[in-house]
Ligand binder design. Sequence first.
Ligand SMILES: CC(C)(COP(=O)(O)OP(=O)(O)OC[C@H]1O[C@@H](n2cnc3c(N)ncnc32)[C@H](O)[C@@H]1OP(=O)(O)O)[C@@H](O)C(=O)NCCC(=O)NCCS
Length: 186
Amino acid sequence: MINYSGTVKIDTERLVLRQFTIEDVESAYKHWLSDERVSDNRVSPAHIRLAETSKRISEIINQYTSPEYCWWALELKEDGNLIGEIYLYEFEAQTSNCEVGYSLGYEWWNKGYGTEALKAVIGFAFRHMRVHKISAAHNTDNPASGRVMMKAGMKQEGVIRHMIRNSKNQYKDCAVYGILDEDFYE
Ligand SMILES: CC(C)(COP(=O)(O)OP(=O)(O)OC[C@H]1O[C@@H](n2cnc3c(N)ncnc32)[C@H](O)[C@@H]1OP(=O)(O)O)[C@@H](O)C(=O)NCCC(=O)NCCS
């Protein structure tokens, strides 16, 4: 059984993983949610108005009352900048399995932050929440995300053709990755 405790604060070497607040709206919009370089690798389109981000962040904040809700803002310790998000979702009671997703602002790509955040959330999910398996998928034309999954200990399990259709109506093949609790504790 999964041990839910909501979106609790997690500290890593360079990041604080914390709950979003309404003060984060402008940074989230500016740093990644309005940026097509980020949204092109996701299913949801880039925001074109700050109001969309405001609505999205409010939706996230409203769900923090649920212990099953795990959606972290990524804050850089160095300067307090909000640089991205990471979340666990699709918890399944029957298997104790779940999925993970993440995005970072373009300015902070390729500095190891994605891997640092994913490792922290994977550790939290196995050690504290006692999940059985964490899965993720990335578009095959977004190899950086696969690299992050690999560096965090996930294994590629296959490629699913046309697994998603993005906001530009393009079908994308996706590489599916997973990590089991036994892989984590090995
Ligand atoms: C995917 C994402 C989170 C990666 O975060 P990040 O902080 O840049 O990741 P890291 O710096 O920890 O690692 C990136 C790795 O990808 C590698 N990489 C970058 N571009 C690459 C490319 N075009 N091909 C192959 N590898 C690439 C980097 O070299 C690095 O690997 P290394 O440490 O072995 O050199 C970030 O690029 C992002 O937010 N992208 C847009 C949204 C997205 O893709 N979300 C995930 C959807 S599944």
